[in-house]
Design a protein around this ligand. Structure first.
Ligand code: UDP
Length: 415
C-alpha cells in the first residue's frame, strides 16, 4: 500500500525545483546581507550624531557658555576627529588636537570626586585649552596637509567671550540661606568709612551716615556690637613707610580706634540711642575697659556697644578683633561694611571685568587670598560658624538689609 501511495504522488518538475533553490538562495542573501547593512548604517548614524553633538557643543562653548564643558567639548571633538580619520581609508583628515597635559587633574575631575566642595569651582580665567607647548605643536608633515573641512588652521585658544555672556563666578544663589533676621550682630566699620571719600581723618557726613546705619539696627531691636578700625589714621602695614617700629605703629593704630569709637558714640547718641564704648587697651578716663560680661549686660539693657582697641595685641587687625568678639559675645553674624558692594574676583576699582560673588565659602575666600578680611578672621569665623555679610556702606539702609537676611553684598559661609 505504501508503495502504491508513493507512486501516486504527482512528480515535481526540474524547473520548479530550480526556481525554489534560487528563491532560497535569494532569501539567504537577504538574511545575511540585512544585518551587515544595518551595522553599516548604524555606525554611520552614530558618527553623524557624534559630529552633530560635538559641533553644537563647540558652538555653545565658543559663544561664551559653559567653561566647565570646555574639556568635554575638546574630548568629543577629539574623538569625532579620530573616528572620522579611522573611517578614511586614505589616511587621517587632520591631526588630532594636542592633549591638555593637566586633563587628568582638571576641574571636572576634581568636582566629581566625593570630596568635592558643595560650591562650584571658580571660573577658569584665561583661554582654554591652553596654548600648546612645544611637544604639542603639530608636526611639519601634518601642517603641510590642509584640513578637508576647515578653511583655516585650527585655533587652539578659545575666543574671548563678550562680558555679558561670561559665566557667573559662583552660580550658587542665596535662596537656600536662612533669611531670618539676626538677633545680635557685630558691625565692623573700617576707619576709612569714617574718613569719607578720601578715607582719611574724619568726615562729618560719613560719620553721621554710619551712625544712621547703627540707629537702623537699634531701632529694629537688633542687639548691636560695633568694632571700629583705624585705617583713616594709621595701619601697622605702614610701619616701614613711616620709619617707625611695627609694634609701635600697631599700638598707635589701636589707640586711634578709640578716637573713632568716641566720634561714633557721639553721632549715635545724637540720634537718641544709648551707647557704651569698651576698649581692649586702657584709657580709663574716656572709655570702659572691655569685659565680656559687661558688654553683654549693656546689650541686654538695649545699649549699642562700641568696641575699641582691637584685640589689644599688636600684629593683629580689627578684622581679627571683630571675629573674636563676635564669637565670645555670641553674635549671629558679622556685617562687614566696606566701600564696595561685595566680594569680587578681582579689585573692581582696578579691574572692570571683576565679577561679584553672591555667596562664597570661607575656605574659598582664604584660598583665593581675597583681601576683604584677613585670613585669621576668616578662619575664626569658619571654625565657629559665624556668617559674614560683606556689603557697601554707601547705600543707606544696606546694614539693616544685611542684618535681616536680605540678599545684599556677598555672603561668606559654608564649609
Ligand atoms: N591693630 C593692632 N591690633 C589689633 C587691632 C588693630 O595692632 O588687634 C593695629 C594694626 O596696626 C592695624 C591698625 O591697628 O593696622 C588699624 O586697624 P585696622 O587696620 O584693622 O583698621 P581698618 O582697616 O579696619 O580701618
Amino acid at each position: 500500500m505504501e508503495d502504491a501511495n508513493t507512486t501516486t504522488e504527482p512528480a515535481v518538475s526540474a524547473e520548479a525545483l530550480d526556481e525554489a533553490d534560487s528563491r532560497r538562495e535569494e532569501a539567504e542573501d537577504i538574511l545575511q546581507g540585512g544585518p551587515r547593512s544595518a551595522n553599516r548604517s548604524g555606525a554611520l548614524a552614530f558618527l553623524a550624531l557624534a559630529v552633530v553633538v560635538a559641533a553644537v557643543l563647540h558652538f555653545y562653548l565658543s559663544s561664551g557658555g559653559g567653561v566647565y564643558l570646555a574639556r568635554l567639548d575638546a574630548e568629543l571633538l577629539n574623538h569625532a576627529e579620530l573616528s572620522l580619520a579611522a573611517m578614511e581609508a586614505d589616511g587621517p583628515l587632520w591631526p588630532s588636537r594636542p592633549r591638555d597635559p593637566s586633563a587628568s587633574t582638571n576641574t571636572c575631575a576634581a568636582t566629581s570626586s566625593s570630596t568635592a566642595p558643595w560650591w562650584p569651582a571658580p571660573p577658569i580665567s584665561g583661554a582654554w585649552p591652553p596654548a600648546p607647548g612645544p611637544d604639542a605643536t603639530p608636526s611639519s608633515s601634518t601642517t603641510n596637509s590642509p584640513p578637508k573641512w576647515r578653511n583655516s588652521a585650527p585655533d587652539w585658544t578659545r575666543p574671548a567671550s563678550p562680558a555679558s555672556k561670561r559665566p557667573r563666578p559662583v552660580p550658587m544663589t542665596r535662596k537656600d540661606c536662612n533669611l531670618a533676621p539676626y538677633s545680635r550682630v557685630l558691625l565692623k566699620v573700617s576707619g576709612e568709612a569714617l574718613g569719607g571719600d578720601a578715607g582719611v581723618g574724619f568726615d562729618k557726613a560719613a560719620i553721621q551716615m554710619v551712625a544712621g546705619e547703627i540707629r537702623d539696627l537699634a531701632s529694629a531691636g537688633i542687639e548691636t556690637v560695633v568694632v571700629v578700625g583705624a585705617g583713616n589714621f594709621v595701619r601697622g602695614s605702614e610701619a616701614a613707610a613711616l620709619g617707625i617700629e611695627r609694634g609701635t605703629v600697631d599700638y598707635m593704630g589701636m589707640t586711634a580706634t578709640i578716637l573713632n569709637a568716641l566720634a561714633l558714640q557721639s553721632a549715635v547718641e545724637a540720634l537718641g540711642y544709648s551707647t557704651r564704648v569698651l576698649s581692649a587697651i586702657k584709657a580709663d578716663q574716656v572709655v570702659e575697659p572691655y569685659i565680656r560680661r559687661r558688654a553683654q549686660r549693656h546689650m541686654e539693657k538695649g545699649r549699642v556697644v562700641i568696641l575699641a582697641g582691637g584685640t589689644g595685641n599688636p600684629y593683629c587687625t580689627t578684622d581679627t578683633a571683630a571675629a573674636q568678639r563676635s564669637i565670645e559675645l555670641d553674635c549671629k553674624a558679622i556685617l562687614k561694611a566696606t566701600k564696595v558692594d561685595g566680594i569680587y574676583t578681582a579689585d573692581p576699582m582696578k579691574n572692570p571685568n571683576a565679577m561679584k560673588y553672591e555667596r562664597i565659602s570661607y575656605s574659598q575666600a582664604i584660598r583665593e587670598k581675597l583681601k576683604i578680611m584677613d585670613s585669621t578672621a576668616f578662619s575664626l569665623c569658619e571654625e565657629n560658624h559665624i556668617p559674614i555679610v560683606v556689603y557697601s556702606l554707601k547705600v543707606p539702609g544696606n546694614t539693616l538689609k544685611a542684618a535681616t537676611g536680605a540678599v545684599v553684598g556677598t555672603l561668606v559661609d559654608g564649609e
